[in-house]
Design a protein around this ligand. Structure first.
Ligand SMILES: [Zn+2]
Length: 388
């Protein structure tokens, strides 16, 4: 596998001068994020709007109208909920079934290397009585794609992301269920494209652009990956999607989205459990627990953008009013970019890499506008704690 230096600035269209949001801990290096003239990021602006301006009662009425139109009278599955057994999808599915009387078909795309706690949470969730389908791609193709996308995209999770987005759509089409309910619109909640901030649904085309970095599964054919196996990662044809009148909605449009509250809800209602220890790279225990390779997705974000897991977590906890900016900056300083050593050996073995190659790939993603060498060590040029 050829390991070349990447041009991160150009690939993600990033501004060269790094600065941080005045309200949270996120920097302008998060792709597609925007800042106003006061130096406040789009996610913080939206969080304030969400709290002060949105009439949530009206939004719930909108939800009821939508669900009334689709609710089955024959106990057939009437809505697709992509759900891994984590706190967010489980909250959505549980509310739809028990509060709004829907009959969801929950769909999980298998994590790359499933964790014990993730498997247990999914099992607990299904045991409540949810209808559920698990999608699983060809194992060796998944392994090859993970390794290739780690090097070429700086994102080992890419094959998982394909499936996570495309597989539930496939199931919707196959089962003639036209309505799908996702959790939050990440672009709007965490900073990004605001086009869909005031709409309950998303466009299918936008997904290829944002989540797949415009690199679709068929791209990998050139690395001698069997095209038939790649099909498992692809969405159904756009004609089939249209014929089914498929609509992707965001629950976060209709109901106030608060990840910590989702966690409390699921602890109580879906037997959701957390790791006994803090997750590497951050201070929390309850987010994104399903995959042993998780830590590498976040670590690469840190390498490419200088934005680690503690930055992402603390930024939205500030917006949700859970912690102050000062506390957040302290947490970022303490935990951001911590190396995910717990599953490092598993990651190397899975991607068929050695230490040297791993480091070479990591360094190929370090942009000179983010990183500098100091006494033989890599250091961030700009940090959120420097200007506190
Ligand atoms: Zn902000």
């Amino acid at each position: 596998m050829e390991i070349k230096k990447k041009n991160v600035l150009k690939m993600y269209n990033l501004p060269k001068k790094v600065f941080f949001c005045k309200k949270c801990t996120i920097s302008n290096q998060r792709p597609r994020i925007r800042f106003n003239s006061k130096g406040v990021c789009s996610a913080c602006q939206f969080a304030e709007f969400k709290r002060k301006k949105i009439n949530w009662k009206k939004r719930e009425e909108e939800l009821l109208r939508l669900l009334d139109k689709h609710r089955s009278k024959t106990n057939k599955n009437d809505i697709i909920v992509p759900c891994s057994g984590g706190k967010d999808g489980s909250w959505v599915a549980h509310q739809l079934k028990f509060k709004y009387g829907m009959n969801p078909l929950c769909v999980t795309w298998r994590p790359i290397v499933p964790s014990t706690i993730g498997k247990k949470n999914l099992r607990n969730f299904i045991n409540i009585g949810f209808d559920h389908i698990l999608g699983e791609p060809d194992a060796s193709t998944l392994r090859n794609l993970t390794s290739l996308s780690f090097n070429f995209l700086g994102e080992p999770f890419q094959p998982f992301i394909y499936g996570q987005y495309n597989y539930p759509v496939k199931i919707a089409v196959e089962n003639n269920i036209s309505i799908m309910m996702y959790g939050e619109n990440g672009e709007v909640e965490y900073g990004g494209d605001m086009t869909y901030a005031f709409k309950p649904y998303n466009d299918f085309k936008i997904r290829d652009k944002h989540y797949f970095s415009k690199i679709l599964p068929k791209h990998w054919k050139k690395y001698k990956i069997d095209p038939i196996k790649l099909k498992e990662f692809e969405p159904p044809s756009i004609n089939a999607v249209k014929k089914n009148k498929t609509q992707m909605h965001f629950f976060g449009y209709y109901k106030f989205w608060d990840p910590q509250e989702n966690f409390y809800y699921c602890q109580k209602n879906t037997n959701f459990e957390v790791n006994p220890n803090r997750t590497e790279g951050t201070y929390s225990k309850y987010a994104s627990l399903d995959d042993k390779l998780d830590g590498f997705h976040y670590y690469l974000m840190f390498i490419k953008f200088g934005i680690g897991r503690a930055t992402s977590d603390s930024a939205h906890e500030i917006r949700d009013g859970k912690i102050s900016r000062e506390e957040a900056v302290y947490l970022v300083k303490k935990y951001d970019g911590e190396f995910p050593k717990k599953y490092y050996k598993i990651f190397l073995e899975y991607c068929r890499l050695n230490d040297e190659k791993f480091e070479k790939i990591i360094d190929s993603w370090r942009s000179p506008h983010i990183w500098k060498r100091n006494n033989g060590k890599w250091e961030l040029k700009n940090t959120v704690w420097k200007d506190l």
